[in-house]
Design a protein around this ligand. Sequence first.
Ligand code: ATP
Ligand code: MG
Length: 400
Amino acid sequence: MRLENLPSEFQKALPILEKIKSAGYEAYFVGGSVRDALLDRPIHDVDIASSSYPQETKAIFDRTVDIGIEHGTVLVLDQGGEYEVTTFRTEDVYVDYRRPSSVNFVRSLEEDLKRRDFTVNAFALDENAQIIDKFNGLADLDKKLLRAVGKAEERFNEDALRIMRGLRFSASLDFDIEATTFKAMQTHAPLLEKISIERSFIEFDKLLTAPHWKKGLQAFKDSQAYLYLPDLENSQADWDEFCTSYEDGVTFSSSEQAWAALIIALKVKAVKPFLKKWKTSVQFQKTVESLVTIYRYRQDQEHGLRQLYQYGRDLIEVAEDLRQYQGQSVDFEKIAELDAALTIHDKHDIVVNGGMLMAELGLKPGPELGKILSQVEWAIVDGQLANEKEAIFDFIAKQK
Ligand code: ATP
Ligand code: MG
């Protein structure tokens, strides 16, 4: 089959294929970009597979970067773009289910396509816009089906991350998982315990932020993959509720928002320890924890000036969006009004500081000073005290 209109991303990269070919090797576009072109979805990362070995690829182009030579990948800077050119290789051998223990470069495209995870990810596209489809991926694309390349049992046994990848592609592409493939996912789900948490996080995060996350989550639940991921073993009852508590068609706007929704649905009490087990960054933990706290507070009462001051308008709106996605009442106008009413947004906006209080009022350093400053801060936030030096000094005199 020929791709009717070769998307511009490929056209722009055509000279790279041609250069590799005129040096005597084979080269094709491969992977997600070919799948996305066939689905008429936006294309990112045009990846190239070639029969040239890394050193041979490097000899063809003026500018290259070694970004993964041991896996056969060379970054080629050409045609005003960056392209990963990866040598054809066979299935990696995984000793510990985590990392390939060796990589075998080969000269055959078919061998390379065989090691790919799903039939719809195993196309190659040549310079004449001809689609090479060795595993009936086109038929699966038509049926919107994810099917493992080769024997599903073997493929998930080789690399259990493919289970998570399958679930997330189901969520992003709105594809069902073919029955034999799904059964193999269920059987091999326990191997997920051997996969590095960081890699599982990336896939689960992509699932949660995908447009068809409910579909992905349903498959995730049915596969029982959750039993083998951090802190989800008691979550079985919560997955359906997670889905039904959000209106259909809702897509989370960020990873932070999606994980806050997950944590709310699972009724997780200790947010940071949970996210720490998923090996997320401290900043991510902090933001998600704030979102969950804001959301839970708002379920009991309306926000006031203190919430706006403490968390800031942006986070409060992201949490309010969650309520909106659930069909609950929301009040963005009130949030805007409260924000506008704040006379300070940060401690440092206060016109006095500890140093001034010591110098001008003779206060001593220590906890008492800290307490006074905090009384001043909250009185200003509450709108009871003007952020002016004289008013603040009066206020302090009255506290004594
Ligand atoms: P995305 O649109 O999210 O980038 P993608 O299909 O391009 O999706 P990548 O992770 O970028 O996914 O991988 C590129 C290609 O490499 C895949 O399409 C697939 O052919 C192959 N691949 C990636 N990871 C695996 C894996 N764990 N096992 C087998 N093949 C894989
Ligand atoms: Mg990709």
